[in-house]
Design a protein around this ligand. Structure first.
Ligand SMILES: NC(=O)c1ccc[n+]([C@@H]2O[C@H](COP(=O)([O-])OP(=O)(O)OC[C@H]3O[C@@H](n4cnc5c(N)ncnc54)[C@H](OP(=O)(O)O)[C@@H]3O)[C@@H](O)[C@H]2O)c1
Length: 339
């Protein structure tokens, strides 16, 4: 079978596709999955370019995929051959609060192999069924980007109809957050560096649009839009580049859901805003299998479809990563494995 890996060196240009033996029969409690599609996350760029100090070669990248079960090991009761599943991002977190232990192993991290392989054997506890109305490409987007947005707004944020949500930029997590927020009756303020992307966000239901290049102090724009009240939830993916605008944009008692560091890792904070507004600043790292299943149940009920911008053949994984690096995409980039 074919895999992609950084074998001898890090970097997009050093990714190599090779033929390796397919995994053997699944052991007790395991399933063997034939992957059909894999979605790109910003994290994959970080891993492939070894921006974390923990990387170990060789490394198979990517966490997010969808495929069908082609064999089940003894004792597996959750699945049968032919079931359509997504592997869980965390191979260890079924339910309950996050712990160091249940999040110790994630697919495609700096030190654990990912899913860019045609077949993979996993513990059956760490995969979940795919909504029936989604194709492989759409389903592949759910394990990291979809689940992170869901956990931020729904599980931790407790979003309600009528709440005001800010989504930053138009990448994978933010577009899922926009879709979930609209699905649950919230008012959405979308920011982007591009008017063309803002027009697409409007088509998805964004109620207010702010170009953060033209309006770098977009926190004030959020206050203007909300009559001075501010936003109830801010899906914070910009990190150092956005956190102080998020503090300015938040309503009293609002949630800042800290997810990403697209605009840098560290920044001085306007501390008085945090206690003055009684803000809740919550760190999010993806979610559990239970969160995933709550999300897919809602996606099925609302017949929601993830937004996929471009699809690449398996042979073009480096091109998919370069496209993500270029940040011209809207929503998700996906690779198909059987092409
Ligand atoms: N904590 C977690 O569990 C978790 C899970 C998933 C992702 N993440 C992190 O969340 C971030 C987003 O991930 P992703 O996969 O959704 O990324 P992505 O798809 O690559 O998003 C890229 C888009 O983000 C926007 N952007 C870039 N810099 C920005 C800035 N300074 N301010 C506002 N928007 C900015 C741009 O949108 P426009 O072109 O529209 O401006 C860009 O096109 C990354 O840092 C990722 O590592 C964390």
């Amino acid at each position: 079978m074919r895999i992609w890996e950084n074998r001898d060196a890090w970097g997009i240009n050093n990714l190599v596709m090779s033929e390796v033996d397919a995994p053997g029969a699944p052991g007790d409690g395991e399933i063997r999955i034939r992957l059909r599609a894999a979605a790109v996350n910003y994290r994959d760029l970080v891993t492939v370019t070894n921006k974390t100090p923990f990387g170990k070669l060789p490394q198979i990248p990517f966490s997010d995929g969808a495929g069908e079960i082609v064999a089940v090991g003894a004792g597996v009761t959750r699945f049968v051959i032919g079931d359509r599943v997504c592997p869980s991002f965390f191979q260890g977190w079924i339910e309950g609060p996050p712990t160091a232990r249940n999040r110790a192993v994630s697919l495609g991290s700096a030190s654990h192999p990912g899913i860019l392989q045609e077949e993979i054997v996993l513990n059956a506890d760490y995969a979940s069924a795919i909504p029936g109305h989604l194709d492989w490409i759409e389903a592949a987007t759910l394990p990291c980007a979809g689940l992170t947005a869901w956990r931020a707004l729904v599980v931790e944020g407790g979003i309600k109809s009528g709440d005001v949500v800010v989504v930053q930029g138009t990448g994978g997590v933010s577009i899922f957050a926009l879709q979930f927020a609209k699905m649950l009756g919230a008012e959405v303020i979308a920011t982007s560096s591009s008017d063309a992307k803002l027009a697409r966000a409007k088509e998805l239901g964004a109620d207010h649009l702010v170009n953060y290049r033209e309006t770098p102090e977009w926190g004030n724009a959020v206050l203007d839009i909300t009559g001075g009240r501010g936003a109830d939830h801010i899906v914070e993916v910009g990190g150092a580049g956005t956190i102080n605008q998020s503090l300015a944009a938040a309503a009293v008692g609002g949630n800042i859901l800290v997810i990403g560091i697209l605009g840098g890792r560290s920044q001085e904070l306007l501390m008085p805003a945090i206690f003055g507004k009684n803000l809740r600043i919550l760190g999010i790292s993806v979610g559990s299998r239970r969160h995933f299943e709550e999300m897919t149940s809602a996606i099925s009920r609302h017949a929601m479809h993830p937004v996929v911008d471009r699809v690449f053949p398996f042979s073009d994984v480096p091109e998919a990563l370069r496209t993500m690096e270029g940040a011209g995409h809207f929503g998700k980039l996906v690779v198909v494995l059987d092409a």
